[in-house]
Design a protein around this ligand. Sequence first.
Ligand SMILES: Cc1cc2nc3c(=O)[nH]c(=O)nc-3n(C[C@H](O)[C@H](O)[C@H](O)COP(=O)(O)OP(=O)(O)OC[C@H]3O[C@@H](n4cnc5c(N)ncnc54)[C@H](O)[C@@H]3O)c2cc1C
Length: 342
Amino acid sequence: MTEHGSYVYPVTAQSSTVLEVLLRAMKALDVKLKYSEEVIEIERVREDASGMPSESGWNVRTKTWTYTADRVILACGSRAVPSTGSNGSGYELCRMLGLDVTDILPALTAVSCSLYAPDAKAYVPGSARRQGRQSESQHTADPLSDASGTRTLALVTVLADGEQIAQERGQVQFTKQDLSGIVVYNLSRFVVRALHRGCEVTLSLDLVPDTAQDVLDQTIKALRKKYDGISDDRILCGLVSSRLIPAVLALSRQSGQSLAHVLKHFLLKASALRDFDSAQVCAGGVRVTELHAGTLECRAQELKGIYLAGELIDVDGPCGGYNLQWAFSSGYVAGLNAAMEP
Ligand SMILES: Cc1cc2nc3c(=O)[nH]c(=O)nc-3n(C[C@H](O)[C@H](O)[C@H](O)COP(=O)(O)OP(=O)(O)OC[C@H]3O[C@@H](n4cnc5c(N)ncnc54)[C@H](O)[C@@H]3O)c2cc1C
């Protein structure tokens, strides 16, 4: 069945159905399946069965066995949720083969943030909490904690050292520790790379994306004129989710910016991403330049017969099936080419 135009799901809506279909296809083709054996080493065959020197084929060693093959496809996944078996050991195998592997970073996960008032350079309650620092302001109520559990529509812009590097619109979710939701997951791929480069990374949330700032300004002025002495939190009521009001007020106070400005530029400083245990994919992997684009076989002559597929390669995409699609498509290409007669 197809949803949202192009997202294709099994009619059962169960991922196990996809696995079942693949297993049945393997059975029909009489494919031998071995599992629960971790590959610990891959090395060139040095001699043939009769003990004569040979340079063709590969020995794939596990703790209990050595398999010999003309061609090998490595599809060990990444380090995302290592408990699923993808524990990052594939990267080590690739490094042992001499392949260039980038740094591996968690992606498609929540981003740890704190309120950020760049103009005032002042402490905003909550800004030290992700670094675990002690602060005299610890006793001050944390306005971001009040926002925990809030979902709201926002246009989120990611800035690295002040330059826009990504933007996406949709529902964001405030949790006790971080900013979450599909939009944030998608942006996390850019956040993690920028943090890794040592950039200062800011998320600027437009909390009222369908209203221009001057219209907001006029609305707020009109409210102040109509209701003499009206408090700021009453003005914000109806403009933004009630649990976000303390944070908007705190930012406005600390930065000296108008309420309308803060609603359009609600700034959060990103400090980290959640760990590999909660990441859906990893950013990074074996550099694509190590592979022939058309076959996914390693380029290096001494690695002839080694193919790569899936997340092990430095390819990652946003939420929406792109990562599974890459795994299936690259597996298809590597499989087709590895099975061809030399
Ligand atoms: C919670 C979660 C939700 C996700 N949701 C989506 C989604 O909705 N849409 C989407 O597109 N993507 C999603 N992804 C990402 C997607 O699942 C992966 O990108 C994709 O499965 C990668 O496929 P792969 O074959 O490269 O690796 P994997 O599916 O990780 O498979 C690698 C296999 O290799 C095995 N292995 C690893 N090392 C060794 C070794 N040394 N020896 C032997 N075996 C080894 C592992 O046990 C594992 O079975 C999600 C991921 C997670 C964790």
